[in-house]
Ligand binder design. Structure first.
Ligand code: SF4
Length: 494
């Protein structure tokens, strides 16, 4: 995806007495940086006091030794944020802290709730608003969850210290949408997934304790080994007595399919399958589904690399590099406007004319969301002398917004929302265009086809989305895309 949408967040938790848990959380967040780049935070408990440090920026910008060293304790949670609800500001950074019970609790959230209005009504709030005047310091759905949990704390702390656990048991069944939570109080680390498991959360073991992480790749960096996924509808609680599990809802797994396509690191495993190998198989399937005569298969770096490798292997057409990615430029999607996103393309990707000139190219990427960057890349390849450009996408057209935790913007911003493949082909200026069929994509994952959310591809929303958002996002007429000037639809598809 040369212009990826924002992701919801990455979460990490560690219970390891005697270890420097803040440093372990820092490493875990570093491994999960791709899931959110707006803010980073760590909460640590020493058994009596919870300390939270969070700020805007990348993990390495927020934390240095001066900030990590004072964070002493035996359990910690960490969070990388990309905003899906609430603005991008310090007060919306996580973990969220609430001062209730003995020491309070902290929460980190990956995902997006769909019944915020109902939940805020239950708390007596103004519809859809989390008001600072009502005692909250944040506008996120995560802050709302924290407030609901705080409301369920008993007036007096329980002698067994299970206040947070029992408050969660009352709150979790009321939540709808996508959520993977990590939480801590003074003595316990807790991990939770929504009943559909939209977003991953894994459990790992280190010598001194336990680790929770959004992706299995984040276990490796702290020397943990994978134990199992936290199951959809499950809450795991880790403390001095060990680990215990509670299912608050029957699991109906619907992992986000885009975790396989784009979000997760290639060295992560999902449903026990290698993400990297799955992406290569997607390219192989694409070559079988939409073959074309060409001289070279090339990726949009880096998102299209594994699928391009698979395409080349299955087609027998040589694999080559046609674009160089500048490693030191940040991801363009953090730029706030179409115009700035466009400006970032030239900084980020540069063509290799010697590899391109006079060649018929098959260009592979994992998805197209807005299309602005893709169109500029195609123009660069033509300027560099490409004889033909055949674009192949290793996922189906992205037509519907995500309400469960991935920031795609409005439906009108999605290139494929109302255009046919032939119209998109003409807009991009390519000689042919093909998207991988959904059934081939699912087959390439190697996982059970029923176990995925595909709402942004099919419009079939498993969990109902808020009516107000539905009206806004699904029924409003699409806004014209500025770059469509001179665009002339044709009836031919590829
Ligand atoms: S709608 Fe799309 S991006 Fe959102 S969870 Fe479902 S598959 Fe993932």
């Amino acid at each position: 995806m040369s212009e990826p949408p924002g992701h919801a967040c990455g979460v990490f938790g560690v219970y390891a007495p005697g270890q420097s848990v803040a440093h372990l959380a820092y490493l875990g967040l570093f491994a999960l940086q791709h899931r959110g780049q707006e803010s980073a935070g760590i909460a640590v408990s020493d058994g009596e006091t919870i300390t939270v440090v969070k700020d805007m920026g990348l993990v390495t910008q927020v934390f240095d030794e001066r900030r990590l060293a004072p964070l002493q304790g035996h359990l910690a949670i960490g969070h990388n944020r990309y905003s899906t609800t609430g603005s991008s500001s310090w007060r919306n950074a996580q973990p969220v802290y609430r001062s209730v019970g003995d020491a309070g609790f902290a929460l980190g959230h990956n995902g997006n709730l769909t019944n915020v209005l109902e939940l805020s009504d239950a708390l007596g709030m103004l519809p859809g608003m989390l008001e600072p005047e009502l005692g909250l310091d944040s506008t996120t759905d995560s802050a709302l969850v924290a407030e609901l949990i705080a409301h369920e704390y008993p007036p007096e702390p329980r002698s067994d210290g299970r206040d947070l656990e029992l408050a969660l048991e009352r709150v979790l069944p009321r939540l709808r949408g996508g959520f993977s939570f990590v939480l801590l109080d003074d003595a316990r680390l807790i991990g939770v997934r929504d009943e559909h498991g939209f977003w991953p959360l894994v459990l790992g073991r280190i010598e001194a304790g336990w680790v929770l992480a959004s992706e299995s790749a984040a276990l490796d960096i702290v020397g943990a080994h994978y134990v199992r996924d936290v199951e959809p509808g499950e809450m795991v609680v880790i403390d001095a007595s060990g680990i215990r599990s509670h299912h608050y809802a029957p699991p109906t797994p619907k992992l986000c399919l885009f975790e396989f396509v784009y979000f997760s690191r290639p060295d992560t495993n999902l449903y026990g399958k290698s993400v990297h190998l799955a992406r290569q198989r997607m390219g192989e399937e694409l070559a079988r589904q939409a073959p074309v005569a060409a001289d070279m298969v090339m990726p949009i770096p880096e998102s299209g690399i594994p699928a391009a490798q698979g395409f080349a292997r299955a087609s027998g057409i040589p694999y080559g590099d046609g674009l160089v990615k500048n490693r030191y430029v940040g991801r363009t999607f953090i730029e706030p406007t179409h115009q700035l996103r466009g400006a970032g393309v030239r900084l980020k990707l540069n063509p290799l004319p010697e590899n391109i000139r006079g060649k018929r190219l098959i260009v592979v990427d994992d998805s197209i969301v807005r299309g602005t960057t893709t169109r500029q890349v195609v123009a660069m390849l033509r300027e560099a002398g490409a004889a033909e450009v055949h674009f192949r996408v290793s996922s189906p057209p992205y037509r519907w917004p995500c309400f469960y935790g991935m920031d795609t913007g409005r439906r009108s911003e999605l290139l494929a929302a109302d255009l046919s493949v032939g119209e998109i082909r003409d807009y991009l200026g390519v000689d042919s265009l093909a998207y991988l069929d959904l059934d081939r994509l699912v087959a390439a994952t190697g996982a059970d086809g029923e176990a995925f959310c595909t709402a942004c591809l099919t419009g079939d929303y498993l969990v109902p989305v808020p009516e107000a958002d539905t009206k806004l996002a699904l029924e409003s007429p699409p806004e014209p895309i500025a770059e469509l000037d001179g665009f002339a639809p044709t009836s031919a598809e590829t």
